[in-house]
Design a protein around this ligand. Sequence first.
Ligand SMILES: *Cc1c(COP(=O)(O)O)cnc(C)c1O
Length: 419
Amino acid sequence: MDHFALNNGELFAENVPLADIAREVGTPVYVYSRATLSRHARVFREALSALPSVHIAFAVKSNPNLAVLRLLASEGYGADVVSEGEMNRALAAGIPAADVVFSGVGKTRRELTAAVKAGIGQFNLESEEEGVELAAIAAELGLVASCALRVNPDVDARTHAKISTGKAENKFGVSYDRAAGIYARLSALPGLDMRGLAVHIGSQISDLEPSRQAFLKMGALMEEIRAGGLKVTHMDLGGGLGVPYKAGDALPTPEDYGAVVASVARDWGVTLMFEPGRVITGNSGVLVTEVVRVKQGTANPFVVVDAAMNDLARPAMYDAWHDFLAVKPNGRTFTANIVGPICESSDTFAMGREIDEVAAGDLAVFRTAGAYGATMANTYNSRALVPEVMVDGDKWAVVAERIEPATILAAETVPDWLK
Ligand SMILES: *Cc1c(COP(=O)(O)O)cnc(C)c1O
């Protein structure tokens, strides 16, 4: 459920007409609904309420906007970060360092040092080598880093290949068979407090059976490690729950997910940790765009919009579907291709799709753009970096300004020897 709906024939975000925002801020622009974000945060937490001890760390990479992080902090969420930049955003948003999990396969020495000094709550180690390096850094600083070992359970999440992370050939975590041995060796190092295991098999998960298989394997590994006399007090089950991108798509709900987790992990005697991203932010945002013109095509007309793959990369990267709706639908539909202005054929949002009939100058939205939308935006073709707005009831605010091409140009220089 979200708070983007037609009201008197016109699309609103909560109580604000999207056309008002477009007029004042320009297009393209991302618009987030505070009510939807809060609702998703609460629904996800509620779905885990049968579990004794839960820590939820929002996956910052899905939407790192400071206002979004601030809102989730106020909902009691921690943060799952994958770079020093994301860590600093989480801290700037007021998320306590102890509630931050640092994930990622390539944490640098500089990042590890900064995170140890900041008192980050948990490092999800992706290799034995990383653990050895972190132990040395922490010991030298006279500090102790709390860690979980990320394990690659070798299960197929049955999602898009580019967002599948739990198969043996993926780069993430340590192999299941070697995990207990690595855990024992890292547990012996000064500077580390090995406290648990972590798993994350992929994103946009639409079938919970692979997750259940992965959780079962993690439970068995936990028992094996405990049988060896070591402690396991935290189990991080990752994120990945999918969201419906197409009206009518049936996906597992947070309740379904919570039930699967409870059926496997209720009696583990640990703090269960979660790293949801998309399920919190996905349906909380839309990308508002203006139709530049409608161009005649061979089979279907091309609706050329002023948003492009640099603003919303998912269709170009993952062949992703985003529903497209007119802000003021005229009641008619037509079959069209939706494309952006960038000089690449991959800058295509839809081909041969039945959509609201639109004409030059009309406003429209791509729905379910709150996750992996603005965060992946870039300035390809010397376009502006897309702005972001948050709506709360009747009020709204720009929460990330448009960065104009001139600002980026000003950061470039021609060396003397070319002048
Ligand atoms: C990307 C990622 C997440 C979040 O994934 P979603 O599909 O957005 O829920 C969680 N944990 C890790 C380690 C990730 O890489």
